[in-house]
Design a protein around this ligand. Structure first.
Ligand SMILES: O=C(O)CCC(=O)C(=O)O
Ligand SMILES: [Fe+2]
Length: 336
C-alpha cells in the first residue's frame, strides 16, 4: 500500500518566527501521529550524497574476500561486515549484508564492575582496497550528526519542551552509528525479509535510500505501508529513546524492508543519532507529558532509559554469532 509520508522542510527553522512556528506544527504532527517523515531542506547537497553513494556501491563491488576480511565476527565491538543471512530480526535471518561503522575510538574493555555496554566502543574495520570509504563515511557521520542535532532541537521545541534538554546527553562522545546496507534481491527460499520489523534503539534515524523501494512503516491502522523513495530527502524515524523520553507521547515506529525482486539490488545508508552510552534519558518536561500513554510494554523488547543498555540489547539479539564468540557470559543468562 502506498501512503506518502509527511514532508518536513528543516530550512523553515531559519526563515523567521512565522515559518518556524509552521514547521513546529507540522513536525509535531508528523512525529506524534506518524513517527516517520521525509526530511528536506537539510542542507546536505546532491554532490555530497552522490559521493557517499558511489563509495557505498564500490564497497559492495569489492571481491568477497575483501569484505570477509573485515567480518564483524573479528570484533567484540560489533564493528565490521555482516554476511547475508548472519543478522537476525524477530528470530529470522535478514537477507542483507552490511558494514557497521561508529565513531573511531579505541577499545574500552569494561572492568568487572562496569556496564557491559562499553564493549560497543572500539575501532572500526575498514577495507584496505577502498581507503576513501573511511574518510567519506566518517565525514558523513559528522555531517549528519549536525543535521540530526538541529532536527532534534526543533522537534523538542515543536512539542513545547526545552530544545536543549538532551544537549548534555550528547555532550562528549555520542554513540553515533552508520550502517551501509545492500539488499541483494530475494532469498533462495523465497522469503522476503530484507530486515524484519523492528524499532531503532536511539533518538533519531536519518536514512538515505535509493530509488528501488521496499521500506515499510507500521501505521496507526496496524498495517505496513510503503515508504516511497523521495529524491533528495532523508527518511526520518523516531527511536526507542524518544518513546522513553516522552512516556509514549512520541512512538518509536516499527518498520521493515521487503526484499527487492530477484536480481535487483537495493542500497541504503541509515545513520543513527544516539547519545553517549552512559547517558540516562530523563523524562522530558513538556505540556502533553501528563497525557502521555506510557511507553510500550513488550516483554520481548524492554525499553531501557540507560542508552547503552538499550543499544547492547539490540546488538546481542541481532548478531548472535558475535555475541556467542565474544560475549557468551552476556547472552547465557537471557537464554537460561
Ligand atoms: O534499509 C532500510 O531502508 C531500513 C534499514 C533499517 O531500518 C535499519 O537498519 O535499522
Ligand atoms: Fe531501522
Amino acid at each position: 500500500m502506498t501512503h506518502q509520508l509527511p514532508v518536513i522542510d528543516l530550512s523553515a527553522a531559519s526563515r523567521g518566527p512565522a515559518e518556524r512556528a509552521r514547521l513546529h506544527t507540522e513536525l509535531h504532527s508528523a512525529a506524534h501521529d506518524v513517527g516517520f517523515f521525509q526530511l528536506v531542506g537539510h542542507g546536505v547537497t546532491p554532490a555530497e550524497t552522490a559521493a557517499l553513494t558511489s563509495v557505498v556501491r564500490a564497497f559492495f563491488a569489492l571481491p568477497d574476500s575483501e569484505r570477509f576480511a573485515i567480518s564483524n565476527l573479528n570484533s567484540p565491538h560489533f564493528r565490521g561486515y555482516t554476511r547475508i543471512g548472519d543478522e537476525r530480526t524477530g528470530g529470522s535471518p535478514d537477507w542483507r549484508d552490511q558494514l557497521d561503522i561508529g565513531a573511531e575510538r579505541s577499545a574500552r574493555i569494561p572492568g568487572p564492575d562496569e556496564p557491559a555496554y562499553w564493549w560497543l566502543e572500539g575501532p572500526n574495520q575498514w577495507p584496505t582496497a577502498l581507503p576513501e570509504l573511511r574518510t567519506t563515511a566518517l565525514g558523513w557521520i559528522d555531517r549528519l550528526s549536525t543535521v540530526a542535532g538541529r532536527l532534534l532541537r526543533e522537534l523538542l521545541a515543536a512539542i513545547g519542551a526545552p530544545e536543549d534538554f538532551y544537549d548534555e546527553a550528547f555532550a562528549g562522545h555520542p554513540h553515533l552509528h552508520l550502517k551501509v546496507v545492500r539488499y541483494p534481491g530475494r532469498a533462495p527460499d523465497g522469503a522476503d525479509q530484507g530486515v524484519g520489523a523492528h524499532k531503532d534503539y536511539g533518538f533519531l534515524t536519518l536514512l538515505l535510500q535509493d530509488d528501488i523501494g521496499g521500506l515499510q512503516v507500521e501505521r496507526e491502522d496496524g498495517a505496513f505501508h510503503d515508504v516511497p523513495p523521495l529524491s533528495g530527502a532523508f527518511v526520518v524515524n523516531l527511536g526507542e529513546l524518544l518513546e522513553v523520553a516522552t512516556n509514549g507521547y512520541l512512538k518509536a515506529t516499527n518498520h521493515r524492508v521487503v526484499s527487492p525482486a530477484a536480481a535487483r539490488e537495493r542500497f541504503s545508508v541509515p545513520f543513527f543519532y544516539n547519545p553517549r552510552l552512559d547517558a540516562r534519558i530523563e523524562p522530558l518536561p513538556f505540556p502533553h507529558a501528563d497525557r502521555a500513554p506510557g511507553a510500550t510494554q513488550d516483554p520481548a523488547n524492554p525499553l531501557f532509559a540507560e542508552y547503552g543498555r538499550n543499544e547492547l540489547k539490540g546488538w546481542l539479539r541481532a548478531h548472535p554469532g558475535v555475541a556467542r564468540r565474544h560475549h557468551a557470559a552476556l547472552v547465557a543468562p537471557a537464554t537460561a
